[in-house]
Design a protein around this ligand. Structure first.
Ligand code: DUC
Ligand code: ZN
Ligand code: ZN
Length: 489
């Protein structure tokens, strides 16, 4: 049955206006005043806001790390996202070898053409994990090896609907590529309408500092931040912008965490370099002091938390339009994975941060956040006057959809767009925390925060999947989105 949402206030990336909105099938069919239609379900959204569903460009579901796995999979993480108003997520595919590994290929997945890393095999493995998807999703490909064979295969990713490659300037000997390989990847991406995303830190410096810290017996969580200096992120950001310019390509810097990175982004963009930047809520609120708390492992992610000054500069970067998107880098682990939590009526325990209780280098890196992003950014961004409501929509939905080739299907309230809609109650008060968020983990970074403004109903392609506290979505209800060429913003 069609759905008519009446009397709401629509918020897009550029406008705020009162209108009705008609959903027919999976898409928005009409937007306008006083809409009428036969045999529709009518929802009165008077006093409510109508937002395009959130598009999170950066998640890691079911990701193996340090002898465990991120504790949200492609169902539980999607469900948490939906409760927070997000209806599309983009996950990163690790580049795998079809050789025997702990991630045994299932019978459904062929072995590829030999023992080397293989895109098709890696993507198929991730598609199989994501069969339980509850919201729509797409993939980025981690480019963590480079040789002539891999270079030749990159364009084949386009046919799989993957138009983005993530490279790393850190994690020497594991994920990092050398400059020559990154430069070649940038040129291949440019030739094929693809975009390179970069994790910016200085891997060489980190390796020296980590070895020094361990040799000196510095094992507590704060050393995670002290061994990954902000300057490494800052110089890598400028370096990657310069690399993009030399390759005449564009580049997208993920999880910008240091004020200096925002300065470098501004510097490069003012000179016409095609560089874009994403930040994440955690880099707006937390600092190295959080890692010094008794439960500091909860805040361990890479790149790490910085300083109050960095938080403030990133907020400015959002208000001033220097940054383009807000992602989450959602990659949760339990704080104490020896103690089960009850998830959908079942006890579940997954090893987590306790793995590194005596050594910060063994703490799995990553945080929950996919469900937190919109509610936290609404109260502490929009209501606090740090960004406008239109910027909120741009950064959390429209810009990621545009940059990653999903617009106007996603990230838009337009006739023809998928009816991915959050009806937002701007007055709803919530004392937020692990009991409210739906992540499959035992803690929340925003525990006890008072929020004002929260999703009331969430639609995925016209189907109501969240109704207040009621979960109406289902495993397998999400679709894989093949992406085309994105826009450079
Ligand atoms: N950083 C994390 O903390 N976890 C997953 C991947 C990443 O870049
Ligand atoms: Zn990263
Ligand atoms: Zn990440």
């Amino acid at each position: 049955m069609a759905t008519l949402i009446k009397n709401g206030t629509l918020i897009t990336a550029s406008e705020t206006f009162q209108s009705d909105i008609l959903i027919e099938g999976e898409t928005i069919s009409r937007i306008g005043a006083d809409l009428k239609a036969d045999s529709v379900q009518v929802i009165d959204a008077g006093g409510k806001l109508i937002l395009p569903g959130g598009v999170d460009p950066h998640t890691h579901f079911d990701l193996p790390m340090f002898n465990t796995v991120s504790s949200d999979d492609h169902y539980t993480g999607h469900k948490a996202a939906a409760f927070g108003g997000t209806t599309t997520v983009m996950d990163f595919v690790p580049l795998e070898s079809p050789l025997p590994s702990p991630l045994r290929p299932s019978p459904k997945i062929g072995r590829g053409d030999g023992g080397e890393e293989n895109f098709k095999y890696s993507v198929d493995l991730w598609l199989q994990k994501a069969e339980k998807a509850a919201i729509d999703y797409s993939f980025h490909m981690n480019l963590t090896k480079f040789n002539d064979k891999i270079a030749k295969e990159i364009p084949s990713l386009r046919e799989m609907g993957i138009t983005t490659l993530k490279v790393f300037t850190a994690y020497n000997g594991r994920l990092r590529l050398d400059d020559g390989s990154i430069f070649k990847a940038l040129r291949i991406a440019k030739e094929n309408g693809m975009l390179v995303m970069v994790h910016c830190e200085n891997g060489d410096v980190i390796d020296v500092l980590v070895a020094d810290a361990l040799a000196s017996g510095h094992l507590t969580p704060e050393w995670h931040a002290l061994t990954r200096p902000a300057w490494g992120a800052v110089e890598a950001t400028l370096h990657m912008a310069a690399m993009a310019e030399q390759a005449d390509a564009s580049v997208y810097i993920v999880h910008m965490n240091a004020g200096g990175e925002v300065d470098m982004l501004k510097y490069a963009r003012e000179r016409g370099v095609k560089v874009m930047g994403e930040t994440c809520p955690q880099y707006l609120f937390f600092t190295i002091d959080d890692l010094r708390k008794p439960d500091g492992a909860k805040w361990i992610c890479s790149p790490p938390m910085r300083s109050k000054e960095d938080n403030a500069r990133i907020w400015e970067g959002l208000l001033q339009g220097i940054l383009q998107t807000i992602g989450t880098d959602h990659c949760p682990f339990y704080f104490d994975g020896t103690r089960p939590i009850v998830y959908e009526g079942r006890e579940v325990a997954i090893p987590g941060k306790e793995l590194g209780k005596d050594d910060f280098t063994k703490i799995p890196n990553g945080l929950p956040g996919v469900g937190d992003r919109l509610p936290i950014m609404w109260t502490h961004g929009v209501r606090a006057g740090r960004i406008t409501a239109n910027q909120f929509v741009a950064y959390n939905s429209t810009n990621p959809a545009k940059i990653f080739g999903l617009y106007p299907r996603k990230g838009a309230l337009l006739p023809g767009s998928d009816a991915d809609i959050a009806i937002w109650d701007p007055e709803k008060r919530v004392k937020y925390g692990v009991a409210h968020a739906h992540h499959r983990t035992d803690y929340n970074l925003y525990e006890g925060w008072e929020l004002v403004g929260y999703p009331e109903k969430v639609f995925l392609r016209g189907t109501l999947i969240v109704d207040g506290e009621k979960w109406l979505g289902k495993s397998g209800g999400g679709k894989f989105l093949k992406r085309g060429e994105g826009q450079i913003l």
